[in-house]
Design a protein around this ligand. Structure first.
Ligand SMILES: [Zn+2]
Length: 110
């Protein structure tokens, strides 16, 4: 028996954790050990269509800068939103300046 809060192990017969005063469980839930690293994506530039966004994304990736494209179409549920907001190209906060340089070199207007 285990306490789900303090993770103390108890012998059979115990039903409550004496420290936490909560019910013991037979098995502890598995520890989440692969929590994805939190990434702070920063909006770099917006494009009117996906094709241009993909081109710029490819350019950044060729320079070892990770980039993602997003649009506010809620997973294509509202495709018309894409045309209003455009496709946003986002990069990691720490690579923002580098990404700007790469795009400026390629004559993008930032
Ligand atoms: Zn406990």
């Amino acid at each position: 028996m285990f306490c789900p809060k303090c993770k103390a192990e108890y012998r059979e017969g115990f039903l409550r954790c004496t420290d936490c005063d909560i019910d013991l469980v037979f098995e502890l839930p598995p520890e989440p050990d692969d929590i994805p690293e939190y990434v702070d994506w920063i909006n770099l530039i917006s494009f009117p269509d996906k094709y241009e966004a993909d081109l710029a994304q490819g350019l950044l990736e060729a320079n070892d800068i990770e980039a993602v494209t997003t649009s506010d179409d809620c997973g294509s549920a509202y495709p018309s939103m894409t045309y209003v907001q455009g496709i946003r190209l986002m990069v990691k906060k720490e690579e923002l300046e580098l990404a700007k340089e790469v795009l400026r070199d390629a004559e993008y207007k930032l």
